[in-house]
Each structure stands twice: as structure tokens, then as C-alpha cells.
Design a binder for this molecule. Structure first.
Ligand SMILES: Cc1cc2nc3c(=O)[nH]c(=O)nc-3n(C[C@H](O)[C@H](O)[C@H](O)COP(=O)(O)OP(=O)(O)OC[C@H]3O[C@@H](n4cnc5c(N)ncnc54)[C@H](O)[C@@H]3O)c2cc1C
Length: 392
């Protein structure tokens, strides 16, 4: 008998909690040594969490965006860097299943993920384009030849690069036609193909352990089955579906805010300065900060999960424009309210929050990174504004 979805979802959440605690306990040591947490990925594969969105027919959990968003929020409480790599994996798998890839290629990728524990991400950003969500044309080129395509270029911010096997690479297909519009498509590149290399470039304030390195492609020969789908102007339903699968990414940043709040609450209960003779949790100004911290998180959490529930019940097909706007709102709140919550948590802890001995400094650095993932704040607010004005 197959396990009901509700029980699989509960199991995924429990797994997220187990992994969050484990990954969180390793983060400080890796940050100070400047090492990548490879062992987190052994644990990920041991538990099968990376199969959360692989359809059951391939041997995965087949879970919905609502279930995965909740689990990702919990995972983000541990090591947000690793949780982001995992978010990319579960999101890309869900998108691939819907994207209409050639069936044989999809089967091969799903089998690679299930049988070998391979991880996948989309590598679209380039120095010239900035965020691909703005519509820039990639300078990476896929030149047609008798065998298929030869692809050359450099992708930046390739989250999880040290452990990825599959890269979904956006590239433009040059044409000799004068005045023709550039054709942009996604291609499947595998790590072990000749001409593929990773340059360890990620040296950042935030998410130090997420391996946002450069993918370098030098005349990588791909056969025709590597052409996945056009990367231009999908139908609104597909675009909304894809946008909704950004929620498990946004959930990671919400998770950082939640982790900061939990830390600050415990700290406040335990900290008893001798000027007071009781815990600082008894102080009105600390209670005020804690209340505002919780309010920010409640607002983010309720919107995030409500929109994820809506997406999981088919809103992308019923009302794609509305879902896209609501996803932007959820992402905006998840990141910005988490930033506020971390700030308030640090104000509660006082100067101890600056110590490298507490995780608050890591939360403070990591939570900022959410602003760099699409949809960007200006886009979210403008889309919401159009919805409010009835012109979306
Ligand atoms: C933690 C993290 C993980 C990431 N993971 C991935 C990944 O897995 N795969 C991937 O492909 N990319 C990834 N990215 C890259 C991300 O999607 C962006 O490409 C990157 O953050 C650069 O975006 P930017 O807006 O700062 O770029 P820039 O283009 O340098 O923008 C600079 C500023 O100008 C504004 N701006 C730029 N263009 C416009 C415009 N047309 N209209 C209005 N405002 C504009 C921006 O909002 C920003 O404020 C990741 C980034 C981060 C931070």
C-alpha cells in the first residue's frame, strides 16, 4: 500500500528538523575553516530528503509545494546555506517535471537523482545579465553543429556548485539571419562532460557555505536531447507554476528569522544581569521587542504558507496572474520580515549578538541574501500594485 501524502509530508518535516539540527551544529566550524560541508549532502542522501519533489513513479516522495515550503522553513533554521542548495534541488525537479523536457532526458535525470543521489540547479546568472529574472540575453552561446550544440560561457552564482551534477544552463542560439530575435533556450549540462569546470569564486558575507561558484563551459559538446525547452516567454500558467516553486527558496530566509527568534527567546530567559536579579525576559522593553519580532514572523509565515497552499491546489492554472502577484508578496514578506526579526533578536540579546560565539551573527549575515533571489522587491511590489489597481 502506498503511503498517504499527509504522512509523507509529516515525515519530510521531521527529516527537515533532524537535518536542520545536524547541519546547524556544523556550520560555525565550516565557516571558520573556510570548508564546504560535504557531509551534509551524505546525510541528505541518507534520508532521501533530496527526493522530496521527485514523482512517486520514479521513486521519490512526490510532495507538493505546500509540504515542501513548510519543510524548507524548518530546514532553513539550521544551516541556511545548505537549505538553499536543497531548495534549488527540490524546486528545479518540480519545474523540470512540468516543463515539457524530452521524455528520455527527464527519465535519465530523475533516475540519476534517485539512483546516484545527483543534485540539480539552474545556472542562468551571468556578469552581463545580472539577475536573469530581468530578461537579459545570456552571453553563453549554444552553437548548432551536426552532433547537436557546442556551448561556451560562464555562469555566476551557481548555488551548490561543489555538489551539483546537473546544470540547467540558459544560452542563446546564434543565428545568421539579419534582424532575427535572439533565441534563448535551456540546456542540460552534466558535471563530467569534457569542457565543464567549476571555479571556486564564492567569497561573500552571506551564506558562506552555499558554494555560489562559477560554472565555466568551454566548447562543451551536447547532443540534441540536451535541449530542454525554450527559456523565453512561457505561457502564464507555466510562469506562475514556476514562480510558486520559488516559495521553498523564500522559506529558507523565513527559517533564518525563526531560528533567530528561538535563540533570542532562550537567551532572554536565561540572561540574568545582577543589576536586575531576574531574567531580562521580564523587562517590558524586551517583551515589546519579542512581540514585534513574533508579529513580523507571523505575518510572513501566514502569507507564505497560505500562498503555498493556494499554489498546491492549482491556482497557477485557475488564475496565474493572481498567483504570481501573491507569490511575490509572500517572498517579500518572508525575506523582509525575517530581516526585521533577526534585527529585533539581536537587540534583545544586546552586545552578545555581535559575538562570533552565537549564531545570531550568522543569521544576520545570511538573511540578507534573500534580497538577491527573484522576485526582487521592486518587482513584487509593482506586480502587487497592478493587481490592487485591477490592471494585472
Ligand atoms: C544567495 C544567492 C543565490 C543565488 N542562486 C542562483 C542560482 O542558483 N542560479 C542563478 O542563476 N542565479 C543565482 N543567484 C543570482 C541572482 O539570481 C542574481 O542574478 C544576482 O543576485 C544578481 O542580481 P542583481 O539584481 O544584484 O544584479 P545586477 O544586475 O547587478 O543589479 C544591480 C542592482 O540594479 C537593479 N537592477 C538591475 N537590472 C535592473 C532592471 N532591469 N530593472 C530594475 N532594476 C534593475 C537590481 O535590482 C540591483 O539593485 C543567486 C544569488 C544569490 C544572492
Amino acid at each position: 500500500m502506498t503511503e498517504p501524502a499527509i504522512s509523507r509530508a509529516a515525515r519530510l518535516y521531521d527529516t527537515a528538523a533532524e537535518l536542520a539540527d545536524l547541519f546547524g551544529s556544523r556550520a560555525a566550524a565550516h565557516e571558520s575553516a573556510g570548508t564546504f560541508p560535504y557531509e551534509n549532502y551524505d546525510d541528505l542522501r541518507r534520508t532521501g530528503y533530496h527526493l522530496a519533489t521527485v514523482p512517486e513513479s520514479y521513486g521519490g516522495w512526490g510532495l507538493s509545494v505546500a509540504d515542501v515550503t513548510r519543510a524548507q522553513a524548518r530546514l532553513g533554521e539550521g544551516c541556511a546555506s545548505t537549505a538553499l542548495v536543497v531548495a534549488m534541488q527540490v524546486t528545479q525537479v518540480a519545474r523540470a517535471v512540468r516543463a515539457g523536457w524530452p521524455q528520455a532526458t527527464l527519465n535519465r535525470v530523475m533516475e540519476g537523482i534517485v539512483e546516484h543521489g545527483y543534485l540539480i540547479n539552474s545556472t542562468a546568472s551571468e556578469p552581463a545579465t545580472g539577475s536573469p529574472s530581468r530578461g537579459g540575453i545570456p552571453t553563453t552561446t549554444a552553437t548548432p553543429n551536426p552532433g547537436g550544440y557546442s556551448i561556451t560561457g560562464r555562469k555566476t552564482y551557481s548555488t551548490g556548485a561543489p555538489v551539483l551534477h546537473y546544470f540547467v544552463v540558459s544560452a542563446n542560439i546564434p543565428t545568421n539571419e539579419v534582424g532575427a530575435r535572439p533565441q534563448v533556450a535551456n540546456f542540460l549540462v552534466e558535471r563530467d562532460q569534457p569542457g565543464v569546470s567549476i571555479e571556486r569564486t564564492w567569497d561573500a558575507l552571506s551564506l558562506k557555505l552555499c558554494g555560489n561558484d562559477d560554472l565555466v563551459l568551454e566548447n562543451v559538446q551536447l547532443d540534441k536531447s540536451a535541449l530542454l525547452a525554450s527559456a523565453q516567454k512561457p505561457p502564464p500558467e507555466s510562469a506562475a507554476f514556476s514562480a510558486a516553486w520559488g516559495l521553498p527558496v523564500a522559506a529558507v530566509y523565513f527559517g533564518i528569522g525563526r531560528a533567530a527568534a528561538k535563540f533570542a527567546a532562550k537567551y532572554a530567559r536565561e540572561r540574568k544581569p545582577n543589576s536586575l536579579g531576574k531574567s531580562i525576559a521580564e523587562l517590558p522593553h524586551i517583551q515589546d521587542k519579542a512581540g514585534r519580532m513574533e508579529l513580523a514572523l507571523l505575518e510572513a509565515e501566514n502569507t507564505l504558507f497560505a500562498v503555498a497552499d493556494l499554489a498546491a491546489t492549482g491556482e497557477a492554472d485557475r488564475n496565474p496572474a493572481r498567483l504570481t502577484a501573491l507569490v511575490g508578496a509572500a517572498k517579500f514578506l518572508a525575506t523582509n520580515r525575517a530581516i526585521e526579526a533577526v534585527d529585533l533578536a539581536m537587540r534583545i540579546a544586546g552586545s552578545a549578538s555581535l559575538s562570533m560565539e552565537t549564531p545570531l551573527q550568522r543569521y544576520y549575515r545570511d538573511v540578507r541574501a534573500g534580497l538577491g533571489n527573484p522576485p526582487m522587491d521592486d518587482v513584487s511590489i509593482a506586480t502587487l500594485g497592478k493587481m490592487a489597481l485591477g490592471i494585472l
